[in-house]
Design a protein around this ligand. Structure first.
Ligand code: ZN
Length: 115
């Protein structure tokens, strides 16, 4: 049993897209602050992130023309090789400054219903 996650990064300067596939058996979901449904957790997980400032990205194409680091859009996608079943693992711990926050207990129940 597996499903594929695709790590997709698109350079904001030249539009070049880099994809890296990962076979995974479980989807490790953070429970974002304020989220109360599985849908909201999934939405946060698949939300694109802009790499900018100190986080700039080394694009292969821009590197060839020695253009330096670029801002980019980074996000996860599901691959087309999805299995019928996958396991969702809800993380009960959060990371932050100073490492792992000790044993955060999430008391809130999370609905698996959509919407
Ligand atoms: Zn580029």
């Amino acid at each position: 049993m597996h499903f594929g996650l695709v790590n997709r990064v698109q350079c904001q300067t030249c539009g070049h897209v880099s994809r890296k596939s990962d076979d995974a058996q479980t989807l490790n979901l953070e429970i974002p602050r304020g989220a109360s449904t599985l849908g909201e957790c999934l939405e946060a997980f698949f939300k694109d992130e802009i790499l900018d400032g100190d986080n700039k990205y080394e694009c292969d194409k821009c590197k060839e023309r020695k253009a330096g680091l670029q801002s980019a859009r980074k996000g996860l996608r599901l691959s087309s090789r999805m299995s019928d079943v996958f396991v969702v693992h809800m993380k009960r711990f959060r990371y932050g400054y100073g490492g792992l926050y000790g044993g955060v207990r999430i008391k809130k129940s999370v609905s698996s219903r959509s919407g």
